[in-house]
Design a protein around this ligand. Structure first.
Ligand SMILES: [Zn+2]
Length: 431
């Protein structure tokens, strides 16, 4: 039995002080506010571990190289494709290990990796057809975090179009071949194998329908209405919105997370609500790519669960993602307090959409994922602990425990020098 003692902690009932948290076999065995200090002292405010519901680990290598200059999502995508050509299972393992260490330092204890970089450039499978996915699973193990591998079905280069040359390594050719490959993955304890439809533009309608039948019970994700042009082409091709198409295919439901959900029509929000679909916002990426602003408050008012993702990993800071949801709403509504701090924390800790329903709360029986924010940094000094989501950054996180194991202490990852490894790997990729 391990004991952690949190100076302040955010519990399901709200903020509490002097909280003793006992942990056995990676789970929380007891939570006692008003306790005297003992065990491993966590100075500052302790939150449940964060769930990064949408990541493409390799996009981290684009950070600081793609943000200047004109263009749109579509011009950015050219740079992303050029980078993807350079990765193989060994280099992807080393890069992802450093990226996941950066996530661990940012308090992320589970990542949803939307994984489509399957095969060798040109599309030939590696001798182990899951070598790239297994590299990601091993990278998460090294970083000490859980991973939900959202292995992605990617069949077309656009509505009715073949894959472009740069996209060939993303594709398995058919749903059957995708299923055959994904079935060969056997997840270790820290991993869940989920599925993803890349988008309505990359998977034909019949394949989405068959995919929905084949993946029942697994966490499933899809990019939804990130771009206006996707909506327009979908309407031209199918006579409906992307959300309506997913409904027709039977993909909407409690196991599904719709990533972005930026350009929704009124009826689409109702479809997500009625089906119990989660919406994952990735505000720092969406604004970097000039995607547009999704209806976060309207979705929440309708009762749609929200999760958050760092997506392109141009920024890895869940506080910034959560704050952006609130602050962007303030700008469009000209009103403050659109989301409560508790609602923002719920979105930051939405582990259920990644298949980890027993994580994201500091309560008895839950996975022991703890993130401590120091209250003595220049940014956090003097704040009320209940206002941490409005003030803190990832850099203020001092301690992280995942599944009862400490992975970050005093702001340092215990196994990986994330800065040094990121610098070395990214330099190598662009050399
Ligand atoms: Zn994405």
């Amino acid at each position: 039995m391990l004991t952690f003692w949190a100076e302040h902690a955010v519990l399901p009932a709200g903020p509490a002080d002097s909280v003793a948290i006992e942990v056995a076999d990676g789970r929380i065995a007891s939570v006692k506010p008003g306790s005297r200090p003992r065990g491993d002292v966590l100075a500052g405010v302790t939150l449940p571990g964060f769930a990064n519901a949408h990541s493409h680990a390799f996009h981290r290598a684009l950070r600081g190289r793609t943000h200047a200059g004109p263009g749109t999502f579509w011009t950015w995508r050219e740079g992303m494709y050029a980078l993807s050509e350079r990765l193989d299972p060994d280099s992807y393992f080393r890069l992802a290990r450093a990226v996941y260490a950066e996530m661990a330092l940012a308090g992320i204890t589970a990542v949803g990796e939307f994984h489509y970089l399957h095969h060798s450039p040109g599309g030939r499978p590696y001798s182990d057809p899951n070598a790239m996915g297994e590299a990601l699973i091993q990278a998460a193990a090294d970083a000490g975090i859980r991973i939900t591998l959202l292995d992605t079905l990617y069949l077309a280069g656009g509505f009715g179009l073949p894959l472009e040359p740069a996209q060939r390594r993303f594709g398995d050719g058919s749903l059957e071949a995708w299923l055959d490959r994904v079935d060969k993955l056997s997840p270790p304890d820290h991993a869940v194998i989920g599925g993803a439809v890349h988008s309505v533009r990359a998977v034909p309608e019949e394949a989405i329908t068959a995919f929905a039948c084949s993946t029942e019970g697994r966490p499933v994700h899809v990019h939804l209405s990130e771009q206006r042009s996707e909506n327009a082409s979908c309407r031209l091709e199918h006579g409906c919105s992307p959300a309506e198409l997913l409904e027709r295919c039977g993909l909407l439901g409690p196991d599904l997370t719709a990533v972005h959900a930026t350009h929704l029509a009124g009826h689409d929000i109702d479809l997500l609500r009625r089906s119990g679909t989660t919406a994952c916002f990735c505000p720092t990426t969406e604004r970097d790519l000039a995607d547009g602003l999704g209806p976060a408050r309207a979705l929440a008012e309708a009762g749609v669960r929200l999760s958050l993702g760092t997506d392109s990993n141009a920024i890895v800071d869940m506080f910034e993602e959560a704050r952006a949801v609130e602050m962007h709403e303030r700008l469009v509504s000209e009103e403050r307090g659109r989301f409560t701090a508790a609602e923002l924390l719920d979105a930051m800790t939405a582990h259920a959409s990644l298949g980890w329903a027993d994580a994201g709360r500091i309560e008895v029986g839950a996975r022991a994922d703890l993130v401590t924010v120091g209250l003595d940094s220049p940014r956090t000094a003097g704040i009320d602990p209940s206002g941490v989501v409005y003030a803190a950054t990832a850099a203020d996180i001092t301690d992280v425990v995942a599944d009862g194991r400490r992975i970050v202490a005093d702001g340092r990852h215990l196994r990986i020098d994330a800065g040094a490894e990121l610098a070395a790997e990214i330099k190598g990729l662009w050399a």
